[in-house]
Design a protein around this ligand. Sequence first.
Ligand code: ADP
Ligand code: ZN
Length: 524
Amino acid sequence: MSETAPDILREVFGHEAFRGEQAAIIEHVAAGGDALVLMPTGGGKSLCYQVPALLREGCAIVISPLIALMQDQVEALRQLGVRAAFLNSTLDGAEAAAIERELREGTLDLLYVAPERLLTPRFMSLLDASRIALFAIDEAHCVSQWGHDFRREYRELTVLHERWPHVPRIALTATADPPTQREIAERLQLEDARRFTSSFDRPNIRYTVVHKENGNRQLLDFIDGHRDEAGIVYCLSRNKVEKTAAMLVEAGIDALPYHAGLDASVRAANQRRFLLEDGVVVVATIAFGMGIDKPDVRFVAHMDLPKSIEGYYQETGRAGRDGDPAEAWMCHGLGDVVLLRQMIDQSESGEERKRLEHRKLDALVGYCESTRCRRQVLLACFGENYAGNGPGEPCGNCDNCLSPPETWDATVAAQKALSCVYRTGQRFGAAHLIDVLRGSESERVRQFGHDRLSTYGIGTELDARAWRGVFRQLVAAGLLEVDTEGYGGLRLTADSRDVLQGRREVLLRKEAPRPARGRARDGE
Ligand code: ADP
Ligand code: ZN
């Protein structure tokens, strides 16, 4: 074989030049080296093993956890004239046998397999009888117990190294917070592999976070700026996916639902429409999007808080893969935080796992409430120092850069809020506390005798919306916490005392003025 990597890139894949680290990675793997590749979604990971697969003798074995992704990739490769195939549970016995024969006979360039298939004794001995160019382990973060995509079989992939020590391995992922990176290297015995870390910055994506007032209205206003463009709207529950999709359709938007509760045929049809037609908006749970390669997704909107910053970054990374301007928009409220905290505590996970998930949620809430450049905050979570506009310079393409938030001295308001929490017994949510502070005559306030408290009616200087901002930010700052064992009421924390006793000042961000168009009412 005398072809070079640039020849293959041009002749087979039709691209002019390698991007970023691709050339270095390909050279390293083609020469037989192990590699751990950390590259954001859309960065071009596939070529990093596809080109070496064509440069080296034998067939490359690609381990991928996602059947849909496998099929798409194989189809795309075949169209380019590459001899690619996949082995997974969708094939019948005869089809699988035919592909196994091709592998043995050496007429395949790439074979995609699901990990559980790879690990069968039958497949192992088939590999023994075949010539293997390399092993590519895609979505390598699946090996991490802390990730949201944990796959038990990934833990057993060390067998590849043990059984075929001379075959190069390349592990790839777009999830790269430092603990996950370490875990991948350890679990896959890739400590000595060369590590290729690309910048995770996606400069064409504009990040915006808004506070939930009337989520549907806010979403419609946002999508108004993206008429007839393709986008993804993420919601936490299937029920909300359905409702949101119906709401958008009613507003004249070509929206389709996507979640695991839908018939496989409906899901496939909706996904196909999204991929093939212009201007379709998919409303989905996070199940949607893994491996979806649609370059012109112009926006990703989150109607609910995602579970972690890594998840958020991966989901928003599906926007703007073509490099044109795209938007990542999120609408969040205190209610989301309460709900997610309850979900964590009521899950079956062990204590350590729950603590970790709470910490991840803390980081995400911190991101939402931050007054700093969003890009700097996000990239810092991946261990990266953003320096796109020069060291320390903000990005100029996020809401906080474009209209810097103002802060105000909220020490007195915080003291009032915290003492109201204390006087009402640390078991009520923000809505009730705001009623008490604002001296509401509501039945509930009277029923609990809260109209007789010293904190009743001491907060009329702020409206309910402003108070919601205060409570939300106090939770984000760790000055209040959500009681997830009870009904999600707010409790004081160890740090609250310093504020109550006047030893600590509280600066909060001013809530952005309501959009002028806002037909929004004080909902939620
Ligand atoms: P990832 O797996 O990292 O999310 P992909 O491998 O799917 O990314 O690549 C994302 C998109 O970028 C694809 O449409 C791919 O064809 C394109 N791409 C990758 N590398 C190059 C390149 N060197 N030149 C042009 N396009 C590229
Ligand atoms: Zn910025």
